[in-house]
Design a protein around this ligand. Structure first.
Ligand SMILES: [Fe+2]
Ligand SMILES: [Fe+2]
Length: 316
């Protein structure tokens, strides 16, 4: 199933400049503390939670804070699952030389450094999740399984006869690691948000900025390593993987509304008003911009069929 582009891989090795050259000084796991303190201020940026602005929520300050607290807890739980069940299995595989391209010792050890980072992120977001639950009286079962995890499982089940699950997960992780999301970018800068929330998410964001450089370097070589029929197949999956990672988790917000006491019909009605399809597509397209540029630079969109699928998914 797999072919290896040795020329591309050797060019990557020769030009490789480690983004983790100062890892001992910069990474959370090597050099930063567990953040401590009470949660004072908002638990999350309201600008990132359209539901919090809906009149049915915004008119009740307790509802509004509870929605923001659940959104924070959902982000933290999303992070644990992403790190432990997606990113680290891939980093483990890359670090052990099992990726479909040749990597130098430094490149493999950098994947191992990222593995350590992600383990640290999972630890500090889990510890912080407990604090958030206690501070706001939240019920973790409201969060449910994140949207992206359900979609990835479905994509793998539908395509595993033509692409290995491992390869699909490798491309998904490369996409997720090259998207430093609005949450990571904006929450640490938002003065409305509690300092401890900003510090925890800021620690994560600082590490992820370096991971994105690593995976941006990896992507074109991975892409070139695919046979043409694999490129055709994977190219059609990439927009779905982008949407899986970036689309709003409607089930989560429905669960939160039910928890707040809205009935099923009213909850659906509120979400209809919050999420206009054309605006969601615009949001996903903007958020995906760095990764879409990476695809274009690697030649993914040179194939007309693949380009059309990106257009069908409103990414170009
Ligand atoms: Fe992380
Ligand atoms: Fe990461």
């Amino acid at each position: 199933m797999m072919t290896v582009n040795k020329l591309g891989a050797s060019i990557f090795q020769e030009n490789y400049k480690s983004p983790l050259g100062r890892w001992n000084e910069s990474s959370w796991i090597r050099n930063k503390p567990l953040r401590e303190g009470n949660i004072e201020g908002l638990p999350f940026s309201p600008d990132l939670v359209p539901l919090a602005d809906h009149p049915a929520i915004a008119s009740d300050s307790t509802h509004r804070v509870t929605v923001l607290a659940y959104r924070l807890l959902a982000h933290l739980q999303f992070t644990t699952l992403l790190e432990l069940s997606h990113v680290n299995p891939v980093c483990s595989s890359v670090a052990q030389g099992n990726a479909p391209i040749f990597l130098s010792t430094l490149q493999r050890n950098d994947a191992l450094r990222i593995y350590c980072d992600e383990g640290g992120h999972a630890l500090f977001v889990e510890l912080f999740s407990t604090q958030v639950e206690e501070a706001f009286g939240l019920d973790r079962s409201v969060i449910g399984r994140p949207h992206f995890d359900r979609i990835i499982e479905k994509i793998i089940a539908e395509h595993q006869t033509r692409l290995s699950p491992h390869l699909i997960q490798l491309f998904f992780v490369t996409i997720s690691e090259t998207l430093v999301t609005k949450v990571l970018n904006n929450v640490p800068q938002d003065p409305q948000v509690s300092p401890i929330v900003r510090a925890v998410i800021g620690d994560h964001a600082a590490d992820e900025a370096l991971h994105s450089i690593y995976f941006r370097g990896l992507f074109p070589i991975l892409w070139q390593s695919l046979a043409s029929d694999e490129q055709e197949e994977m190219g059609q999956l990439l927009p779905q993987l982008v949407w899986a990672f970036l689309a709003p988790d409607r089930q989560l917000e429905y669960n939160i509304l039910r928890r707040l006491g809205f009935n099923a019909k009213d909850s659906e009605g509120i979400l209809e008003e919050v999420y206009v399809p054309s605006q969601i597509a615009k949001f996903v397209r903007q958020a995906a911009n760095p990764t879409l540029k990476m695809f274009a630079a690697a030649g993914v969109l040179d194939d007309r069929t693949i380009e059309q699928v990106f257009a069908d998914y409103e990414l170009i």
